[in-house]
Design a protein around this ligand. Structure first.
Ligand code: GLC
Length: 727
């Protein structure tokens, strides 16, 4: 008791003395900062790509972080120069894009989102961090949290799709997973990058503050709340202001509203690119704008190291702003323990261990989405099957985008894995996904004669998604659809497997197969996972994190859209049914496309199983709730088929009337429920009314009273609405 009294009085004394007790790290930062020259401070704000060639800069204390060096010996060489030769010995922060694994490649993040399994994704992040840290990497530029509603944008591959709630869950899981293993996370790209006009990468965005707060901010705030140590600014100009020069974003929101005390890094030369944007007159001006907006570290513009001292001397940047930036950088380095252990054990590299491969396979299993099955799946193990298609044996392509450090020689392809389970005849049909030649199709067609069933593995080469890889058509490239049609024409049962970086427009191909399994580039263990699914050793449970379009012309299309004043009724007249010389208003006036109708091919949250599920007895704990109440939703879920399997039950709500128009549906909860064949389980969700809050017409975050609807279903389009009120 006495000790407590002493402690309390000591704190009181300190507070009374006007200085709250700083934790040890802050004291160390203050002490170190006090010794630094302006040149050394600026050195910390400079991030350069490379390894050995940076030894000299490191020895002069002119580089605070490096990226794109993953050789432990080379990293130690640069680190020794910084720690043992520079005046103050501040260690370098070594960074890399560890986006979906380091050596062991997991499914691309869009595939990981399809698992609707944050715990599994967190485990994958731990695996990635263990492998990366063992090689000397201590900072990853992940999670990518950009809400993506337009599959023409190649970077949909790197995120968690179109829904804010799923994005929040996956982003926070990745932050926890990385940082629990000593790898600093980086929430990126702040903000709104995925809303690039036309789905064309780097293009401008026009998001209002309300759209940012209701849709694009939540995952970033969740990442900050999960303790993300860093954050990256995005390339785009939103409402005319490039994020890298947006003080409202980087100070008012990030620091003042969210209390972020980590470090903000630019994207690659995104500071310098403000000249091309027409927002800065030259690199020096861009540097002034970036630093004064609240950027701490400069990735590869060379502007910070080149101009900050001049700008401080001219009074255009206050040294106190530099001190703030350096504090944020040093705080990350102290929190990572770099001052105590700056070096990597060159004999301690881990990669592809059993646990890593098992986690990668489980993630590939849970990420695969069954879009169609007329009964052809599962195939009976041991049968003679023809395996064809350009991605059946493509170890590099299967890893997907941002797989810098994945080693294709470790990839287990569908061909290799299927040979373990079936009697396989292999004819690639096409050499690569863009291959337009059809001679191989003839060989596949004749080989089909000897097979009982055909598996066609198609999709995208890795290069066709990811950064700067936007597409204006989302159809399968090359002669892939012709290959599928030719296999259909043989009359044998056809299973199509798609490995892609985005939801493609595959309606035509769906008609030419009995079953389609969609795997967003599944990574190192994609083959074994596929073999388990095709043989029935595992049952698909993936659900789509993005809407599947009928045509690229429908983009952007997403489930959580507003209703408009003339919502589609589903009875609209389509192109071929329009009468000749039809009158101007004869088709009605609602929101749809004459040629492709209104609805998507598959909605958000969609995915089939080898079994069937039934939702019954969905009940709410009341029909009217107060703002501090919690809505208990109970339901019975039955596995009404013949396979033990997992369903991802999803809870959606709709706020029917608001001071601003509200989405027709919003995902608010989901859970994976495993049920044996024939089993029924009583399940429930608890949804605090507070989770119905949104940024309203007065830009207040609040729950507005009124009528709501609620669904529990297996995707965003199914289910019956239940009504309730908030008073
Ligand atoms: C790239 C990407 C960013 C990545 C960075 C470093 O341009 O936009 O996501 O982390 O540069 O490679």
């Amino acid at each position: 008791m006495r000790t407590n009294r002493i402690l309390v009085s000591a704190c009181l004394a300190a507070v009374l003395a006007g200085c709250t007790p700083k934790d040890e790290t802050e004291k160390k930062i203050d002490e170190l900062l006090g010794k630094m020259t302006l040149h050394e401070k600026v050195g910390q704000m400079n991030q350069l790509s490379g390894g050995a060639w940076l030894v000299e800069s490191a020895a002069k204390g002119e580089v605070g972080s490096i990226l794109n060096c993953v050789d432990p010996a080379e990293i130690n060489a640069v680190q020794r120069a910084a720690v043992e030769e520079s005046r103050l010995g501040i260690p370098i922060l070594v960074s890399r894009d560890v986006i979906h694994g380091f050596r062991t490649m997991f499914p691309i993040p869009l595939g990981q989102a399809a698992t609707f399994d944050p715990a599994l994704v967190e485990e994958g992040a731990r695996v990635a961090a263990r492998e990366a840290v063992s090689s000397g990497v201590r900072w990853t530029f992940s999670p990518m949290l950009d809400i993506a509603r337009d599959p023409r944008w190649g970077r949909v591959a790197e995120g968690s799709g179109e829904d804010p709630y799923l994005d929040v869950q996956m982003g926070a899981a990745l932050v926890r997973g990385y940082q629990s293993e000593g790898l600093a996370a980086c929430a990126k790209h702040f903000v709104g990058y995925g809303a690039a006009e036309g789905g064309r990468d780097y293009n401008s965005t026009g998001l209002t503050e309300r759209a940012l707060r209701n849709t694009y901010f939540p995952a970033f705030q969740a990442a900050v709340d999960a303790g993300a140590m860093t954050l990256m600014t995005s390339f785009n100009d939103n409402d005319g202001i490039p994020s890298t020069g947006n003080r409202w974003l980087l100070k008012d929101i990030l620091r003042d509203e969210w209390g972020f005390d980590g470090m903000v890094v630019t994207d690659w030369n995104s500071s310098g690119e403000m000249v091309a944007h027409g927002f800065a007159s030259d690199l020096k001006h861009a540097t002034e704008l970036s630093v004064n907006a609240g950027v701490d570290m400069d990735m590869m513009s060379y502007g910070f190291i080149g101009f900050i001292e001049e700008l401080v001397a001219e009074g255009k940047i206050k040294e106190s702003q530099i001190d703030e930036a350096v504090r944020n950088i040093l705080r990350v380095k102290f929190r990572l323990g770099l001052f105590d252990n700056p070096y990597v054990d060159e004999n301690g590299v881990v990669a592809y261990d059993e646990a890593a491969l098992a986690a990668a396979k489980q993630t590939a299993l849970e990420s695969a989405i069954l879009l169609k099955n007329d009964g052809v799946l599962p195939l009976k193990a041991g049968r003679t099957i023809l395996v064809t298609g350009p991605l059946a044996d493509a170890p590099y392509e299967q890893l997907g985008t941002w797989a810098f450090d994945g080693q294709p020689e470790h990839t287990v392809t569908p061909l290799a894995a299927l040979r373990e389970t079936f009697n396989v005849i292999y004819e690639p049909g096409l050499a690569y996904s863009r291959d337009k030649r059809t001679d191989g199709i003839a060989r596949a067609r004749s080989a089909a004669a000897r097979a009982e069933a055909i598996v066609v593995v198609v999709g995208e080469e890795a290069i066709l998604s990811g950064e700067a890889h936007s597409l204006s058509s989302l159809d399968l490239q090359g002669a892939q659809s012709d290959l599928i049609a030719a296999m259909k024409a043989t009359g044998k049962p056809v299973v199509v497997v798609v490995m892609a970086g985005r939801p493609l427009t595959i309606e035509r191909d769906l008609a030419n197969c009995g079953a389609m399994l969609y795997c967003f580039h599944p990574g190192t263990m994609g083959g074994p996972a596929l073999a388990d699914h095709l043989s029935g050793a595992a049952v698909p449970s993936g659900k789509s994190p993005m809407t599947f379009l009928r045509t690229a012309g429908q983009a952007p299309m997403y489930y959580n859209h507003n209703n408009t004043g003339r919502p589609n009724t589903g009875t609209e007249t389509l192109l071929d049914d329009i009468e000749i010389a039809a009158g101007q208003t004869s088709l009605g006036c609602t929101s749809y496309y004459l040629d492709s109708g209104y609805g998507p091919l598959f909605p958000f949250g969609y995915g089939l199983s080898y079994t069937t599920f039934e939702y019954k007895n969905i009940q709410l704990s009341a029909t009217t709730f107060g703002k501090d109440d919690t809505i208990r939703v109970e339901y019975d879920l039955s596995n009404t088929g013949a396979f033990d399997a997992t369903e991802v039950a999803q809870l959606y709500i709709r706020d029917l009337v608001g001071s601003v128009t509200r989405p027709v549906k919003e995902l608010k909860r989901f859970e994976r429920v495993f049920l044996k064949a024939g089993e029924t389980r009583h399940c429930s969700f608890d949804l605090p009314v507070a989770d119905l809050a949104f940024w309203n017409a007065d830009m207040q975050y609040t729950v507005e009273p009124g009528a709501f609807q609620l669904w529990v279903a297996g995707n965003a389009a199914d289910g019956e609405a239940l009504n309730f009120n908030v008073e």
